[in-house]
Design a protein around this ligand. Sequence first.
Ligand SMILES: Cc1ncc(COP(=O)(O)O)c(C=O)c1O
Length: 377
Amino acid sequence: MSALSQMRGNDMDWAALIRSELDGMVPYSPGLRATEVRERSGKDVILKLSSNEHPCGPFPSALRAMNAVLPRMNRYPDGGSRALRRELCGRLGIDDQNLVVGNGSNELLRLIGQAVLTPGDEVVFAWPSFVVYPMVAQMFGATAVRVPLAEGDVHDLDAMLDAITDRTKIVFLCNPNNPTGSIYGRDDFAKFLERVPGHVLVVVDEAYFEFVTDPDYPNGLDAFDGVRPVCVLRTFSKIYSLAGLRIGYGIVPERLRRAMDKIREPFNVNTVAQVGAYYSLMDEAEVERRRRENQEQKTYIYSTFDRLGITYVPSEANFVYFKTDKPVEVFEALLMEGVIARDFGTAPALRLGIGTPEDTVITIAALERVAEKLGGI
Ligand SMILES: Cc1ncc(COP(=O)(O)O)c(C=O)c1O
């Protein structure tokens, strides 16, 4: 029998082939798409408020620059994202050796895990928080240690410190936290950094940094000195509206950056994304305008929550997290109104992204109708 015909047999032992760490993992679920909901609800206008995207397109100058570069797509991108790195370093006041650009900050989370974790290690993070943290732990055979949020749905930094052991390699801090939108303040962060053991890498995920208005918000970069094992991750997916292009960046100690450079794909960030990100940085006025508009929409949504007696967590991000004892029904009823929220299985809460002012009007009307239909949310 030839080698080829032997291979046709159905005798592959897949369990032996595929790493056992992946057995218990569930793929990331991106939620419903607008087209599916349009069919189900019969509504023409569908608001996809489930993925914390910005409701508007990319900045006009970024769009122009991205269009201009499309005819050059026969070439690989700059594997070092050099122009963008230079620009970011100048703006952030950091050394080039400390900056890494990724195919979304998601890639950077995974690269950090891949660079650092071995089976048996532990990864500490708050819960609920970004669903990718436990995935990163699990895919490299580490144990995910979830520390429940404290009263008010805020990070319990003391409990997180208590959860650290000799086997802890990474602590993920999500600030503002996804899905609650809550932040921890400057004093709590400073105390945490004083007490965190030196063998632990602290990864501050600031995906929603640009939306924050609370003056007590600690900029993770202030804790970065290039020596301390602290990383800060940010993204162009949110306020800059480049989610579809996948681009984020990390400020990391040089030793870690060198390790990440070894394992990232040679051309991990595409040219259009690099150009779009570069030109987005030039338009600070648009960032400010979007931050203000986001803040205004939140106040309208909060007043609706108050009127309807809905408990919510004040948010520093572009989404709001509210409590409901009938999440499945409320999620479904909102869907029939053409509003896609984010659910968390049977957890008694839902998350709603902030849209345009027009979206807010539709969302508020939908919430009111759903509250009436279900006899309260
Ligand atoms: C807290 C947090 N970190 C990271 C990401 C990933 O963002 P990116 O699109 O840059 O991969 C998200 C996306 O929703 C997020 O909420």
